[in-house]
Design a protein around this ligand. Structure first.
Ligand SMILES: Cc1ncc(C[n+]2csc(CCOP(=O)(O)OP(=O)(O)O)c2C)c(N)n1
Ligand SMILES: [Mg+2]
Length: 596
């Protein structure tokens, strides 16, 4: 046993460098060692040592100062979702830390690898209701993949190592590290090669056995109406190419979840597009009629299954997922396979043979596709949100843009009308459905991809929830674009009011309460009544911006958005009366599908 800076160090923790450094420096050096080049960090009393240390690594790590910790957390997510690498965010203790809870929970539900570093009050006062103390590990216990409260600075290097390992291996997810101020300030001699100590967690990629692969191949061979149900696991395991190969070999059509979009090219003839509540008629019909459902990297979310007992009632279900706890969680699988999806698909592709004859099945699907594509009123006098999205998709076809969204109708229309061709180009809060995700996620993606066009397709309600990040984008010189589908309402909730509550408006109008629209009695919202004035807001943050409402202005407005060298906000006035269709109401089946 040796003593370093007053701390006892055992065995493998032998110092490798004789120079003691601060705990905060150990944390930041660990980030560098793991290839981190960007951190989204908002300071405060309990995280100042961390920020001081970050200044000593200026040449290696860019620190983006968000204007709200939630923006920083979603910035880290945008970085992670668009690259597959770990996104890092930092906040101070107390309110700073609690502001990170939403992005952490969001990352957990969508399996996004982020590391959240929080300052904490000093260890001697933990548990005393000290100034800005919240037990953030307790708060976040069930919304992290793993979490740490580090009480011994000698644990820092090991904890950092473990955090990166846990966040990125197996099913990715968020890891929280709570760092008391005295632990950040303590002087230690770090050993960055210290072995990890993770009993019960191997991080080994589970691999499907040859027997399971053969069973999947056999099920495919004898199927007549097979469908692939592709989820976020395709994207996070890097299985998109293997999936395409499987489709080329077998001719099996692919329906996708929200997080699965881009896992298979949306413009491929065998793409069935989005599945579930607001998915295509043809994907839902195909799944309902399937005699074989190949569920790859999915979790049978209720937005996909509707009434679970009726979902794929007659078909055989193959479920491949890296997380054993997902298998049989919602829906029993006939062929359960705990495996890294990319590995399973690669093995399957070595032996798979196409079903004998899918021509009848393909014909049936072609008819469904022809008869009921995603549609909207193309004769509408003005701009419909679907039209704006379709036009943006068309104008950016060759630019391979990254698209982020808020949550609501605009998000669903983006999923329907913006054809995703590649993985990691569509960033959307799926599982948690967090309004306010779009702008900061776009910001994080743009930091990671400075040469790419990054557009946040947002709603007026959602944009307001993290509107302060307009300031971050301006000051940090992050030129993202915002295409705002401004319907003056919480459109998705309005849609549910219309459908299920006799159109009784219950706090879903975003203008002044004395406007008749607030109680659903309006005859429309005149241009001078639109609220707030997003163009003025944007300009206040230093963004060029423009408002349009006529169809004749659409292409020109979008071109200005695409071509402007810096940030740009295009405020598009759209009606709120439009509904996202088709729609399968919660907990029902494809037979209850609403078309108009
Ligand atoms: C943080 C948060 N609060 C509330 C909700 C519930 N919610 C879902 S969609 C929606 C309306 C979103 O409005 P907007 O961003 O304007 O999008 P629109 O539906 O109008 O396109 C609301 C309130 C949510 N998803 N997230
Ligand atoms: Mg809206």
């Amino acid at each position: 046993m040796t003593t370093v800076a007053g701390h006892q160090v055992t065995g493998t923790q032998q110092p490798v460098s004789p120079q003691p450094v601060s705990g905060a420096d150990v944390v930041v050096q660990s980030l560098v060692n793991h290839g981190v080049d960007t951190v989204f960090a908002y300071p405060g009393g309990a995280s100042m040592p961390l920020h001081q240390a970050l200044t000593r690594f200026r040449d290696k790590i860019r620190v983006v100062l968000p204007r709200h910790e939630q923006g920083g957390g979603f910035g880290a997510q945008g970085y992670a979702r668009s690259t597959g690498r770990v996104g890092v965010c930092c906040a101070t203790s107390g309110p700073g830390a609690t502001n990170l809870v939403t992005p952490i929970a969001d990352a957990k539900l969508d399996s996004v690898p982020i590391i959240a570093l929080t300052g904490q009050v000093g260890t001697p006062v933990i548990g005393t209701d000290a100034f800005q103390e919240t037990p953030i590990v307790e708060v976040c216990r069930s919304v992290t993949k793993h979490h740490y409260l580090v009480t011994d600075p000698h644990d820092l290097a090991r904890v950092m190592q473990e955090a990166f390992h846990v966040a990125t291996t197996g099913r990715p997810g968020p890891v929280l590290i709570d760092l008391p101020k005295n632990v950040q300030l303590a002087q230690v001699v770090p050993d960055y090669d210290v072995p990890m100590d993770l009993p019960g967690y191997s991080g080994e990629r589970p691999k499907a056995t040859p027997e399971r692969i053969e069973r999947i191949a056999a099920a495919i061979k004898r199927s007549k109406r097979p469908v692939i149900y592709a989820g976020g696991g395709i994207v996070s395991s890097g299985a998109a190419e293997e999936l395409s190969r499987l489709v080329e070999k077998t001719g099996i059509p692919v329906a996708m979840t929200l997080t699965g979009l881009g896992g298979f090219p949306g413009d491929h003839p065998l793409s069935l597009d989005l599945l579930g509540m607001h998915g295509s008629v043809y994907s839902n019909y195909a799944v309902d009629n399937a005699d074989l459902l190949l569920a790859f990297g999915v979790r049978f979310d209720d937005r996909v299954t509707g009434k679970v007992s009726e979902f794929v009632k007659r078909g055989t279900i193959v479920h491949v997922d890296i997380d054993a706890s997902e298998i049989n969680k919602i829906k029993e699988a006939h062929v359960p396979v705990v495996s890294d999806v990319r590995y399973a698909l690669a093995e399957l592709n070595r032996i798979v043979e196409p079903p004998d004859d899918l021509s009848e099945w393909h014909r049936k699907i072609a008819v469904w596709k022809r008869d009921e594509p995603f549609e909207y009123d193309r004769s509408f006098d003005g701009i419909l949100p679907q039209h704006a999205i379709e036009e943006l998709c068309r104008l950016t076809r060759d630019l391979d843009p990254i698209i982020a969204t808020g949550v609501g109708q605009h998000q669903m229309w983006t999923a329907q009308f913006f054809k995703q061709r590649r993985p990691r180009r569509f960033l959307s809060s799926a599982g948690l459905g967090t309004m306010g995700f779009g702008l900061p996620a776009a910001m994080g993606a743009k930091v990671a991809h400075p040469d790419k066009l990054v557009v946040d397709i947002d709603g007026d309600g959602s944009l307001l929830m993290n509107v302060q990040e307009l300031g971050t984008c301006y000051c940090e010189k992050i030129p993202v674009k915002v295409m705002l589908l401004n319907n003056q309402h919480l459109g998705m909730v309005v849609q549910w009011e219309d459908r299920f509550h006799a159109a009784n408006r219950a706090h879903t109008y975003l203008g002044p309460v004395d406007h008749p629209e607030a109680v659903g009695k309006g005859v429309g919202i005149g241009p001078e009544q639109r609220y707030p004035d997003f163009v003025t807001i944007a300009k206040g943050f230093g963004w060029p911006a423009r408002s349009i409402s006529k169809e004749s202005e659409l292409v020109d407005g979008l071109q200005e958005l695409i071509e402007s060298p810096g940030q740009f906000l295009l405020d598009i006035a759209v009606p709120y009366q439009e509904h996202v269709l088709p729609m399968i109401p919660s907990g029902t089946t494809v037979r209850e599908l609403i078309r108009e």
